[in-house]
Write a protein that binds this ligand. Structure first.
Ligand SMILES: Nc1ncnc2c1ncn2[C@@H]1O[C@H](COP(=O)(O)OP(=O)(O)OP(=O)(O)O)[C@@H](O)[C@H]1O
Ligand SMILES: [Mg+2]
Length: 267
């Protein structure tokens, strides 16, 4: 396995970690695997979510989470909560864990270096679509062997902070970096043909098949932005996208050596 990983030296790999994974013991193994990749000369960029923790914090503060097509409706107060949870808690925890494991992690959010430029979706409040990803800061970090760990907060041209979906952020970052692979680690085994049937995983898909899965309702809620992110990434030249169960050990390494455990999507 390590030999195959060594063969990936110089590859850009964007790894998106869903919020549920960050709060499971598996995150220790994932941090170890990210450090292994970095040591082997692979250039991992980590993007994390935090949906569950944000909802928990909102409820503690007496606010009810509302979603439209998997995107969180975000008023000003909710934006503060999103930033507190993502940057102040989840990013801090993940970055320090990777450092503890021996990796050169740097925590940032999409606003830093104006890396993720957002465009406000007004009907959802302070939510953004990703207009552009500027890679200067990431290039500098990656060149020096740092592992960027990114919270999905964008900044728009007026300087407003925007809550962006972490999958979309990861997809657009992968596209901008012309990454070799986009890995989306979540809490289900991949895209399921029947949502509640864990045995109904779709093993392989082509880019052209994705929009139908959204249209016919096969995927819903949090899986919708994943498919949109994958479409952006593959249309932008990323070679393959992988939606996998991050709760399984070594899901990242297995995927990179071609032992596919989830859904693989190619052009
Ligand atoms: N067809 C489908 N196959 C698999 N999962 C699906 C499908 N349709 C909807 N889902 C839902 O998508 C969820 C994953 O998205 P969700 O946004 O909840 O998590 P995440 O993106 O990994 O975490 P975060 O939002 O914190 O980054 C699954 O837990 C499942 O409930
Ligand atoms: Mg999500």
């Amino acid at each position: 396995m390590i030999e195959k990983i060594n063969g990936l030296k110089g590859c850009n790999v964007v790894i998106k970690l869903g919020g549920n994974i960050l709060n499971d013991n598996i995150i220790e193994d994932i941090a170890d695997d990210v450090v292994k990749l970095s040591r082997a000369g692979v250039r991992p960029v980590v993007v994390h979510g935090g949906g569950h923790e944000i909802s928990k914090m909102m409820e503690m503060l007496g606010k009810e989470p509302v979603f439209v097509d998997g995107l969180r409706v975000t008023d000003k107060e909710t934006l503060d909560i999103v930033a507190m949870v993502l940057c102040g808690k989840e990013n801090l925890k993940l970055t320090s864990l990777i450092i503890k494991k021996g990796g050169k992690a740097v925590g940032l959010s999409g606003k830093d270096g104006k890396t993720i430029v957002g465009k406000r979706i007004e009907k959802l409040g302070w939510v953004g679509d990703v207009k552009e990803v500027r890679t200067e800061l990431l290039d500098v970090l990656l060149e020096r062997g740092y592992i960027p760990v990114i919270s999905p907060i964008a900044i728009d041209d007026e300087g407003n902070l925007l809550n962006v979906n972490a999958d979309i952020a990861a997809g657009m970052i992968a596209k901008a970096l012309k990454a070799d692979k986009l890995l989306i680690l979540t809490d289900v085994p991949g895209i399921l043909r029947v949502r509640n049937n864990l045995d109904s995983r779709i093993h392989k898909l082509r880019l052209e098949e994705l929009s139908q899965l959204i249209q016919d309702g096969t995927v819903s809620e949090g899986m919708i932005p994943k498919l949109r992110a994958v479409m952006q990434a593959l249309e932008g030249g990323v070679k393959s996208a992988h939606i996998v169960n991050g709760m399984e050990k070594h899901s990242i390494l297995l995927e990179l050596v071609g032992e596919y455990t989830g859904t693989v999507i190619t052009v």
